[in-house]
Design a protein around this ligand. Structure first.
Ligand code: NI
Length: 168
């Protein structure tokens, strides 16, 4: 297993269209193991394949304090959403940035699990929010895309300044 490099905002790979996974093979299983190791080391509660430079519909999540509730979502689709609320949210591709984002409190997600079998999970609270955040990544949608225009532009400007100064 290996800790992979997490790509930050500004890298075009975060905006690339992701491909569906048609075969949950050994290569995918190894990538999933590396992604969990990378996520726990960061530390974070979710990581999407594009964040490690892989344009595939795959993400890993673990919101448990004990770090023992691994969830692997392959080709996830959110099929039910209920009750919207704003909560502070961060992203490993936006270190140090936390913003209020509107998310659904309750969702149902359909996906392939690590055995390649169709599965469905009903999630609430932090898990529901983490799933929505990671599924967004698979659709090239980022944290700042949920913010009002002026706020998004300010953050982008600030990051570009940091990139130029070699501090991002
Ligand atoms: Ni993120």
């Amino acid at each position: 297993m290996a800790v992979l490099k997490i790509i930050k905002f500004g890298d075009a790979k975060l905006r690339k269209k992701t491909a569906e996974i048609t075969d949950v093979n050994r290569e995918i299983v190894l990538l999933v193991m590396d992604m969990f190791e990378t996520m726990y080391a960061a530390p974070g509660v979710g990581l999407a394949a594009p964040q490690v430079g892989v344009s595939k519909k795959l993400c890993v999540i673990d919101v448990s304090p004990e770090k023992n509730r691994k969830l692997v979502l392959i080709n996830p689709v959110i099929i039910k959403k209920e009750i919207k609320a704003a909560n502070e949210e961060g992203c490993l591709s936006f270190p140090g940035i936390y913003e209020d984002v509107m998310r659904f409190e309750e969702i149902t997600v359909k996906f392939l699990d690590i055995r390649g079998q169709l599965n469905e999970v009903h999630a609430t609270g932090l898990l529901a929010k983490a799933i929505q955040h990671e599924v967004d990544h698979l659709n090239a949608r980022l944290l700042i895309d949920h913010l009002p225009d002026w706020k998004r532009k300010n953050i982008e400007k600030d990051i570009r300044r940091k990139i130029r100064a070699g501090k991002w």
